[in-house]
Design a protein around this ligand. Structure first.
Ligand code: NAD
Length: 286
């Protein structure tokens, strides 16, 4: 453990919160990790897995060095209101929420301590959830986007950057609006489409027949439909405006494809598929 090791407080000891703690512990940066959760069972599991050392108490907010909010974004308002009077003046608050416009607005609930909150979004994760899905290397080589608030002192942004870098991530900055537009297109829309496709299949009378013949194409397109419904409900609602713009765009694209099918427009179908294939073949997650 490093001499200046930190006291870490985590709200939500699931995939992301658990991985943050394990990564910082692996880096020797944690003196003590305490967790707040919705259920005793989850907190017990997180303890057994070495994610936290014990369950948190209100007093823990007073001398915390880093407080991470790793709960569904719809839960953050209540937590910020709750911790506001308890939070020590030296604590850095950061989060892992997948949307940032809404989270930036929630900083007001920290009152005069809002400058201590540096919002963040780790671009890492997956469809598994809960403490058992957490790993120390989840953020290794992955991106984290910070969306600093105007009131954040440079030193707080630097502390947030250092913490995420210690987890192995490379850190960049965006405005909350930029962030939400980008992730509506490349993350929130794909999840919505995947949920919609599986839901449609599941609601048919012959779903068992369909699913028993589904293979790798279905598996690859729908892996993310196994993600947490609560988390994705909150993300879609929080980024509703940008997501509706993306959905409208996508529906226009589908209209073009539908027209090409109807008209047996071989050239158009081939053009769309070839352009998509070229982009997808040259793309690797960075
Ligand atoms: P998760 O379900 O694995 O963990 C969330 C945990 O928060 C659960 O243990 C849940 O019980 C707990 N929780 C919920 N409400 C709470 C409350 N009020 N107080 C304390 N604990 C509470 O989910 P996750 O994947 O770790 O996601 C956490 C956050 O990270 C979400 O905001 C999500 O948008 C974001 N995120 C997720 C991913 C991903 O791929 N899963 C990626 C990037 C960011």
């Amino acid at each position: 453990m490093k001499a200046d090791a930190l006291k870490l407080v985590i709200f939500g000891v699931g995939l992301i919160g658990g991985s943050f703690s394990l990564a910082l512990k692996k880096a020797g940066m944690v003196r003590e990790a305490v967790g707040f959760g919705r259920s005793e069972k989850t907190l017990e599991e997180a303890k057994k897995l070495g994610i936290i050392d014990r369950t948190g108490m209100d007093e823990d907010l007073k001398d915390a060095d880093i407080v991470l909010l790793a709960v569904p974004v719809g839960q953050m308002e209540d937590i910020l209101k709750r911790i506001s009077p308890l939070l020590g003046r030296c604590a850095l608050v950061t989060d892992a929420g997948s949307t940032k416009g809404d989270v930036a607005k929630l900083a007001q609930f920290l009152g005069e301590k809002s400058a201590q909150f540096v919002p963040a979004h780790p671009i890492a994760g997956g469809e598994k959830s809960g403490p058992s899905a957490a790993t120390a290397d989840l953020f290794e080589g992955r991106k984290v986007v910070l969306t600093p608030l105007p009131e954040n002192p440079a030193a707080s942004v630097e502390r947030a950057r250092k913490a995420w870098e210690a987890c192995g991530a490379s850190v960049s900055e965006m405005t909350p609006e930029e962030h939400d537009e980008v992730f509506a297109a490349v993350s929130h829309l794909p999840h919505l489409l995947s949920f919609a496709l599986v839901h449609d299949i599941a609601s048919r009378e012959n779903r068992d027949l369909l699913l028993s013949h589904a293979a790798s194409g279905f598996r690859d397109f729908t892996r993310i439909a196994a993600s947490s419904p609560e988390m994705w409900r909150d993300i879609c609602l929080a980024n509703r405006d940008a997501l509706i713009i993306e959905l409208d765009r996508y529906m226009k694209e589908l209209d073009v494809i539908r027209g090409a099918l109807q008209d047996k427009d071989v050239g158009m179908l081939e053009k769309i598929f070839s352009e998509a294939r070229k982009t997808r073949s040259n793309w690797e997650p960075k």
